[in-house]
Design a protein around this ligand. Structure first.
Ligand code: HEM
Length: 242
């Protein structure tokens, strides 16, 4: 198996963010065309609150997109190990990067959209189901991020750790529900710019591929290292030195 360079993980993460800045923030809803002047407006911070509002959406979309990619890597590398197993070494980084972006999105939303008010966020929120879905998803992703080390796996035991990882798919499902509820307007339906919809599609594809895996008999992973591509790399190194 050929290995992939570690810096590739940075390229993927940055490519996701840059593509969103260009094709999501650069999309003019009125003319339904790209206008990169809008991207310049966002990244120049001429209007601070507009830039932060747009960057919050970019963080949310890039976060769900990167998390969906890391969830896709598992089933794909099991179904097509020759093609995809090499990318598992990027999985932990991309997962943590995606979670970091979601944490920024939550921080911004709680402070600037809900003004740190439980009343606005929960008790008087017409989109309560959507927010609850987001909160539960965030807690699950946080637990996954906090236990993404070999030490945590040893403490929890592999079986419990694996259960938590599988719960991640429920969190991804809840994130997609959260996305749809918060961005749906009664008069127009799902009100998301076309490039943003691609990120919802990524989450749905990751969930469908995982469901598809239930019907395919494929060998289960049994150790933490296999989830993050370390064992494959190590065994390659050992083979080279032997
Ligand atoms: C405490 C948890 C969360 C809160 C309070 C929250 C809050 C919000 C709010 C207020 C919006 C609407 C923003 C706007 O229209 O300007 C939103 C949208 C969104 N959220 Fe969350 N969120 C949470 C968790 C999550 C999680 C866990 C994910 C995904 C992993 C996520 C992904 C998204 C996405 C993709 C959008 C749509 C962005 C767009 O296209 O405009 N959120 N969220």
């Amino acid at each position: 198996m050929t290995t992939v360079p570690k810096f590739g993980q940075w390229i993927v993460a940055l490519a996701v963010i840059v593509s969103l800045l260009l094709f999501y923030t650069g999309y003019d809803k009125k003319t339904q065309a790209l206008d990169f002047g809008k991207t310049i407006q966002v990244i120049s911070f001429q209007d601070l609150s507009f830039s932060l509002k747009e960057l919050n959406k970019v963080a949310a979309l890039a976060g769900i997109g990167l998390l969906a990619i890391t969830f896709l890597m598992g089933p794909l590398s099991r179904m097509f190990p020759k093609k995809f197993a090499r990318f598992l070494v990027w999985r932990k980084f991309l997962g943590l990067f995606g979670f970091g972006l979601i944490a920024l999105h939550v921080l911004y939303s709680v402070i600037f959209i809900y003004n740190l008010s439980l009343d606005q966020m929960i008790f008087n929120n017409p989109k309560l189901e959507g927010i609850l879905a987001g909160v539960i998803a965030f807690v699950i992703f946080m637990l996954m991020a906090l236990t993404s080390t070999q030490k945590s796996v040893e403490k929890m035991g592999y079986a419990n750790w694996k259960k938590l990882q599988t719960t991640g798919y429920i969190a991804l499902f809840l994130s997609a529900i959260h996305f749809v509820i918060l961005e749906t307007k009664p008069e127009i339906g799902l009100d998301v710019r076309p490039f943003g919809k691609l990120f919802l599609a990524l989450a749905i594809i990751a969930l469908m591929v995982r469901i598809g895996l239930i019907f395919v008999q494929i060998q289960q992973r049994t150790q933490f290292g296999e989830h993050v591509g370390e064992l494959k790399q190590d065994s390659l190194k050992n083979k080279k030195t032997n």
